[in-house]
Design a protein around this ligand. Structure first.
Ligand code: UD1
Ligand code: PEP
Length: 423
């Protein structure tokens, strides 16, 4: 079993270039299926989720060539519209294949996607959107069959601003006849990046970043070259780790505007943060302070994907804070692990009350999802003694060589394969 062994107590110092965004790269890779030809997608993080997307694309008939973090995809030879259950199950983002394949081949069959256990995560809004565009969808023995003789633009009001449903509908609608309007669309920066890529392919999409996205159907798309945006959650995670360890770091390749809500809260702990162009400078404070009440919310609110990492930081910040999780109903699995490390946390329905303690202590803990894993790594970096973080497959879904990045910043972290004698 792989694990990180972390000796806590070293402040992080140094400079890191932030990786490209997983949540931008995954839908964009799926969107390359919309038309045939050779696409080039640049700055893709080398993550296990990207590997799964690559495997699915290859099964569908796409030829893929890597050059460092850049990927060339030849999408001319698509030979099937069926995605095997074994691959669908590996991640939530497999659902992004629905929209593009339906548009390109008029049919697609998938099973329900897998992914981290952070809540129920239904796909009803994805299916509702595709149905409203004209798809017939039938679920039989676990397989969702989706067919459309023709897709036709319409007004699609979303019951809630789902990121994935917004993206799936955008991709399905780019070649639909007429105009599609997504109301109550999600506004995340990754959606703006998808719009940029689709428009580079010749689509006519506007409004991403606002609650109303308009997609005017076009007849033809062309392959495109695109560089994905920097990962705002990775930037936020590293900033949080620097503050928690009492360090000082520079992050390059960042869009500070994308991190506004995160930086506002991090500053309330007393940390100093300056931004200039695509660089963020973060310096911790001698005493970290509590921040009162925080609620996760759709963008531009405080991101749920930063909630566990912030919880670790507030666990060692003086005073009482609370975090309410408003997006996912099962995203507190890190709480017990942090308590095991000495955090003083009380769960009250959707919220956790956090009473800051002077220091966490090392323990053997397990990541049960991606950001919970990041939170436990930060906890290990600040704790007294040694922390063993298990469940690295979750962390590897979203962070490119996190251990190497932290080592470079002076963190004492090692990845071990197999059993460790002292355990
Ligand atoms: C690959 C990617 O971009 N993942 C991000 C995306 O996930 P994802 O796209 O899955 O998240 P959504 O925005 O869709 O989910 C938000 C909420 O809507 C609910 N919902 C969603 C779809 C649906 O059909 N029905 C429904 O009820 C979900 O259960 C959840 O409670 O946005 C989340 C919220 O910012 C982030 O945590 C994920 O990192
Ligand atoms: C929940 C996340 O991702 P996904 O939607 O891919 O499971 C995440 O990135 O924190």
């Amino acid at each position: 079993m792989e694990q990180f062994v972390i000796k806590g107590g070293k402040p992080l110092y140094g400079t890191v270039r932030v990786q490209g965004a997983k949540n931008a790269a995954l839908p964009i890779l799926a969107a390359t299926l919309l038309t045939e030809g050779i696409h080039e997608i640049r700055d893709i993080p080398r993550l296990s989720d990207i590997k799964v997307m690559e495997r699915i694309l290859r099964v569908l008939g796409v030829k893929v060539k890597w050059d460092g973090n850049h990927m060339k995809l030849e999408t001319s030879g698509i030979r099937t519209a069926q995605i095997p259950e074994s691959l669908m199950r590996l991640m939530r983002s497999s659902i992004f294949l629905m929209g593009p394949l339906l548009s390109r081949l008029n049919e697609v069959s998938v099973t329900r996607p897998g992914g981290c256990t952070i809540g129920a995560r239904p796909i009803d809004l994805h299916l509702k959107g595709l149905r409203m565009l004209g798809a017939e969808i039938e679920e039989k023995e676990g397989t969702i069959y989706c067919r459309a003789r023709k897709l036709t633009g319409t007004v699609i009001p979303l019951d809630l601003p789902s990121v994935g449903a917004t993206e799936n509908i955008m991709m399905a609608a780019v070649r639909a006849e007429g105009v599609t309007v997504i109301q109550n669309a999600a506004r995340e920066p990754e959606i703006v990046d998808l719009q940029r890529f689709l428009n580079r392919m010749g689509a006519d999409v506007s409004g991403a970043g606002t609650s109303t996205i308009t997609i005017r159907g076009v007849q033809r798309l062309i392959p495109a070259t695109h560089e994905v945006i920097p990962d705002r959650i990775v930037a936020g995670t590293l900033a949080t780790a620097a503050i928690a360890t009492g360090g000082e770091i520079l992050l390059t390749h960042v869009v500070p505007d994308h991190l506004e809500s995160t930086l506002t809260i991090l500053r309330q702990t007393g940390a100093r943060i300056k931004q200039e162009g695509d660089v963020l400078w973060i310096r911790s404070a001698p005493v970290l302070k509590c921040v009162g009440k925080v609620k996760t919310a759709p963008y531009p609110g405080f991101p749920t994907d930063m909630q566990p990492q912030l919880m670790t930081l507030l666990s060692i910040s003086e005073g009482i804070s609370s975090i309410e999780e408003k997006i996912f109903d099962g995203r507190f699995k890190h709480v017990n692990e942090l308590v095991q490390m000495g955090a003083d946390l009380t769960v009250q329905n959707e919220a956790v009350e956090i009473r800051g303690v002077p220091r966490l202590r090392g323990a053997v803990v397990k990541a049960t999802d991606l950001r919970a894993g990041a939170a436990l790594v930060i906890a290990g970096l600040t704790a007294s003694g040694t922390t063993h973080v298990q469940g690295l497959s979750h962390i590897d879904r979203g962070y490119e060589r996190l251990d190497r990045t932290l080592l470079k910043l002076g963190g004492q972290i090692q990845r071990y394969h197999g059993k460790i004698a002292s355990l």
